[in-house]
Ligand binder design. Structure first.
Ligand code: SF4
Length: 430
């Protein structure tokens, strides 16, 4: 979501005539977009801000802005801590910066800034479809920073996707904190399946992804739409957060361990090839070894494709920070995270090894260390070598080798155009 916000602010600044530069030291305007989902992320923002102090001293007229979830309703404490920051902006509230830039450059920003689509998007692009979240998971700061759920209309999203296609985008990832809750706050109450159906009709878009789903909102209608709508990829990020019912209650996740198991079962029944990712928090206040073991067991049974595991970190202002003690020692949290990662590495090794010898369709997103790289519909990272130019193409690759994190393959045929590889004439370049 922060990447999407940054791209949109970048578009607004470019519409005002501001051009990007390679190095911060060369910039007249520097915006740091912040994440405070965990203490580690917040510390990183603070150290980046400290690093900007000499840049401001060196050129006092340089505008330094702090944006994102670190900025709450009151900025007094932040302004005191970082006196050289000129402007503080809450997530998606670009106006204060645009106003200052407008004043400095003499540009009427309200007249200049139109729809905010990224100026030079990659082959794949994020499209926020919901802002905010209506849930109140006890560990989470996001509803306090991004507010209540506000869905964008289907027409507005479709127009944005059409614009992105005209700029070369082939894949969009629809973003929301609870993306499967899309639409219930809109007057005609469309849902995510309705949005899929509309976007699937847009010529030029090859793939549609969506992120992040909440188990509570994942209806059978949405599951069936993912299975049936051709451009929607069979790839679902479905955070479970914990495998123990008591911890799930404490987190206010609104589902049980069994609900989650049943949901995964229904999704796999509709799409046997689906890739399922999840998020886990270990060391939640009061989590015992037995309760942690429940999480580990759940992951061992479900064998999901990817697990993002984080150690619990108290976020001031959340329900958990006000009502629970952070009882699990940091060293124990680290051990639990390592145990999840180790088990998951083994699971991913097995899952990916099954793909060796198979042909998979890749959307080529770029080059790295002399190889083309792209992703399967199930979001697995694949590398292959070829002299021809493939950026933005859908190609067929035969998988030769696997690791827990990626796959290596050989180009078989250009899937979309069905051109044998020998007919390629464009030369590749990094
Ligand atoms: S669903 Fe829960 S974890 Fe996700 S953004 Fe909303 S409150 Fe936070």
């Amino acid at each position: 979501m922060n990447t999407a916000d940054s791209e949109r602010l970048g578009a607004a600044l470019e519409q005002m005539g501001i051009q990007p530069v390679e190095k911060a030291a060369e910039a007249d305007v520097i915006v740091l977009n912040s994440c405070v989902v965990r203490q580690g992320a917040e510390d990183k923002v603070a150290s980046n801000l400290a690093w900007m102090a000499p840049l401001k001293k060196d050129k006092p007229e340089r505008i330094i802005a702090l944006m994102g979830c670190m900025v709450g309703p009151k900025t007094d404490a932040l302004a005191k801590r970082f006196p050289y920051v000129d402007v503080f902006m809450r997530p998606q509230q670009f106006d204060p910066l645009l106003e200052i830039v407008g004043e400095r450059t003499g540009v009427d920003w309200e007249g200049c800034v139109g729809p905010l689509t990224p100026v030079r998007p990659d082959i794949t692009c994020h499209v926020p479809i919901i802002h905010g979240c209506d849930l109140m998971c006890t560990f989470c700061i996001i509803p306090y920073r991004r507010g209540r759920q506000v869905s964008r209309s289907i027409a507005e999203i479709a127009l944005e996707v059409e614009t992105l296609v005209s700029k070369g985008v082939k894949e969009v990832t629809l973003l929301g904190q609870t993306v499967d809750a899309y639409g219930y706050d809109l007057p005609d109450k469309p849902n995510l399946a309705d949005l899929f159906a509309r976007l699937d009709q847009i010529d030029g878009i090859e793939r549609i992804r969506f992120l992040t789903s909440h188990p509570k909102f994942m209806t059978q209608e949405i599951i069936q739409a993912v299975a049936d709508v051709p451009k929607v990829c069979e790839h679902i990020n479905l955070p479970v957060q914990a495998g123990d019912d008591e911890i799930l209650d404490e987190m206010r996740r609104q589902y049980s361990r069994q609900d989650y198991i049943d949901l995964v079962g229904r999704i796999r029944e509709a799409m046997p090839e689906v890739a399922l990712n999840t998020d886990i928090i270990v060391g939640f206040p009061g989590e015992t070894e037995e309760q942690f073991q429940q999480t580990l067991d759940l992951l061992a049974v479900l064998k999901l494709d990817k697990v993002h595991c984080a150690a619990y970190s108290t976020r001031p202002g959340t329900i958990a920070s006000r009502t629970m003690s952070d009882t699990v020692p940091e060293a124990e949290k680290t051990k639990r995270r390592q145990r999840v990662d180790l088990q998951q590495e083994q699971i991913q090794t097995e899952i990916n090894a099954k793909l060796v010898g198979q042909y998979v369709e890749i959307l080529v997103e770029g080059r790295q260390r002399g190889k083309w790289q792209g992703r399967t519909r199930s979001h697995k990272l694949v590398f292959f070598e070829d002299e021809a130019y493939h950026l933005g193409n859908l190609v067929q690759v035969k998988i030769d080798r696997s690791s827990p994190w990626s796959l290596q393959g050989t180009l078989a045929v250009r899937a979309k155009l069905l051109n044998p590889i020998s007919s390629g004439t464009n030369r590749g370049e990094d």
